[in-house]
Design a protein around this ligand. Structure first.
Ligand SMILES: [Zn+2]
Ligand SMILES: [Zn+2]
Length: 182
């Protein structure tokens, strides 16, 4: 998951690779904590080009995870796809004092720039962040997942539980609210 800057020719560099999720420290931690599982490796296809003293890396990641649905708790396997655009800047050795350097780098991070040292860019953190950002914000096994019955815990996607609970927002619930207001 490295780019050697001397491999980036005038017309750029195209790279493709595949890594298991557990080589990424944060993803590996998520797996250990059972927050999710990866059912496919993380595929990355990218193109790196040089723009002045910056290196722009654009590409896409693709993988698939297994997550519990936020409503019915049933596990499902959403695909994860994302385009990314990362800009790397080479750190110039021996430039400003440490303190100043820290400030400059913080500002650079605000602008979305990532510093690298030497002749090699390590893409691991950048790719890992893209995978995390591409996670579904609201994990739902299907758009209209009915979730679990609030009184008996039955998975309502598998049919009504028959425990007598009125589904929220039903005609009955609306009527009930009207009655309360009058
Ligand atoms: Zn669900
Ligand atoms: Zn029920």
């Amino acid at each position: 998951m490295h780019i050697r800057t001397d491999q980036i020719k005038a017309d750029g560099l195209t790279l493709e690779f595949e890594e298991m999720a557990d080589v990424f420290p944060v993803l590996s931690e998520m797996i250990t904590r059972c927050e999710c599982q990866f059912v496919a490796p993380i595929k990355t296809a990218l193109r790196a080009i040089r723009i002045g003293d910056m290196i722009e890396v654009t590409g896409r990641i693709e993988t698939q995870v297994r997550l519990p649905c936020g409503r019915c708790l049933e596990e499902y396997e959403p695909p994860i796809n994302s385009h990314f655009d990362l800009t790397y800047v080479q750190r110039i050795p021996g430039a400003p004092e440490d303190k100043q350097l820290e400030e400059i780098e913080l500002k650079a991070a605000d602008m979305g720039l990532i510093y690298f040292e030497g002749e090699e860019i390590d893409l691991r953190d950048g790719i890992q962040e893209q995978v995390i950002m591409a996670f579904p914000i609201k994990a739902l096994c299907r758009e209209n997942c009915k979730g679990l019955c609030a009184s008996c815990g039955h998975d309502l996607n598998k049919g009504d539980c028959g425990c007598g609970r009125q589904p929220p927002n039903s005609k009955f619930a609306v009527l009930k609210n009207l009655k309360l207001q009058t």
